[in-house]
Design a protein around this ligand. Structure first.
Ligand code: ZN
Length: 271
């Protein structure tokens, strides 16, 4: 089996996790910038985090033979502080030329507040100005449906966003359709408890026709499983899906989306 982990928060993981992922067939990892589990007190904390994502984490991944890519932004939770958010956003352009940066993400909404929405719109504009791909986080539980609608509206009302260059992540049964019907890519996040289990994700995939979808594990600092994607693949094989169908979902689909950024190299091709 081979797969791409298109959304994994590896700075939270151990080297044992890298080893397990490499053994399971992980061919590349992409790491969006996100909330660290606590609010950072200054933009300097984000400067260091962006250095970690663009310079240090790729070296750690390389020890396990895995190419590492990243996405940059201030996450929606900390974006509630508009002053801090604007300072952090001003840092981003200098990192966009780094060889492993794929785009702006994971932006989005957390509690669907006015401030979060302002910073979401500013990030969308930053991405368009710099020709960057966009990766979007959608809110949890009761805020998800409304948040997803607000996000789709913000993306569409910008006027210059190409939906095929945007992936809206953490979709669930009640938000999947509206994302793909508008032409965006959809990400299904696999978690042991919250979000989708591998079984639920496969149920969802069996009921929709869209090809523009990827699976990811998020594997952050909370209860999460860095092997969730290969486990979902195993569930698909158990249900009788072919090797080709599974490969399409966990390798070719993320490859197709991510290759819209020239920096992303097909890990299956020998340079
Ligand atoms: Zn994430």
């Amino acid at each position: 089996m081979r797969y791409i982990e298109p959304h994994g928060h590896m700075v939270s993981r151990t080297t044992d996790d890298y080893e397990s992922m490499a053994l399971a067939g992980c061919a590349a990892i992409c790491e969006p910038a996100f909330w660290a589990g606590f609010d950072r007190k200054s933009a300097d904390g984000f400067y260091d985090y962006f250095c970690q994502l663009t310079r240090h984490e790729p070296k750690r991944a390389a020890k396990y033979g895995i190419p590492h890519y990243s996405w940059l932004c201030i996450n929606p939770k900390e974006a509630e502080d508009l002053g801090l958010a604007r300072e952090v956003m001003a840092l981003i352009p200098q990192f966009l030329q780094a060889p492993n940066v794929l785009g702006i993400g994971e932006i989005g909404l957390n509690k669907n507040t006015r401030n979060e929405l302002k910073i979401l719109e500013a990030h969308i504009d930053l991405a368009v100005q710099h020709h960057q791909l966009i990766l979007v986080h959608t809110p949890h539980l009761e805020d998800k449906r409304k948040g997803t609608r607000l996000i789709v509206d913000a993306l569409k009302s910008h006027g210059k966003v190409k939906p095929e260059r945007v992936i809206i992540d953490h979709v669930e049964e009640h938000t999947f359709r509206e994302v793909v019907e508008q032409g965006f890519w959809a990400g299904i996040t696999l978690y042991p408890e919250s979000k989708a289990s591998p079984q639920r994700a496969v149920d969802m995939l069996e009921t929709i026709s869209s090809q523009n979808v990827w699976l990811n594990s998020a594997c952050d600092w909370g209860h999460s499983d860095p092997l969730a994607v290969p486990k979902a693949a195993l569930e698909m094989r158990r249900r009788g899906h072919s090797v080709e169908v599974v490969d399409r979902l966990i390798y070719q689909n993320p490859l197709q989306f991510l290759s819209q950024c020239a920096k992303f190299k097909d890990p299956g091709v020998i340079a």
